[in-house]
Design a protein. Structure first.
Length: 94
């Protein structure tokens, strides 16, 4: 996978594992970032699952869906980027 050059929007997720971890679940969050042609970054959204535990794949998928929704509602016509092959495959499956 190659690293994109701006401008583009991207999403990424994180899942914090802990002692309560059950089957790879943990406190999960994701964010969307706009990267301009100079590499400057601006957060366009952030979501935390709160007390609900989720897997990193669920976070990545949710972030990608949120990113696509953001692009559509903001009439964004540029590139979208996600580093999760699993999330991308789930979106492609519909």
């Amino acid at each position: 996978m190659t690293t994109p050059t701006g401008p583009y929007i991207c999403s990424d997720a994180a899942c914090a594992m802990n002692a309560d971890n059950i089957r790879g679940k943990g406190k999960t969050e994701y964010q969307g970032i706009f990267v301009d042609k100079n590499g400057n970054r601006r957060q366009i959204f952030h979501y935390h699952f709160g007390s609900t535990y989720a897997t990193n794949n669920i976070g990545e998928f949710s972030g990608l869906v949120h990113l696509m929704h953001w692009a559509e509602t903001n009439n964004y016509q540029g590139d979208l980027y996600c580093d999760s092959k699993t999330a991308i495959s789930w979106v492609k499956k519909g």
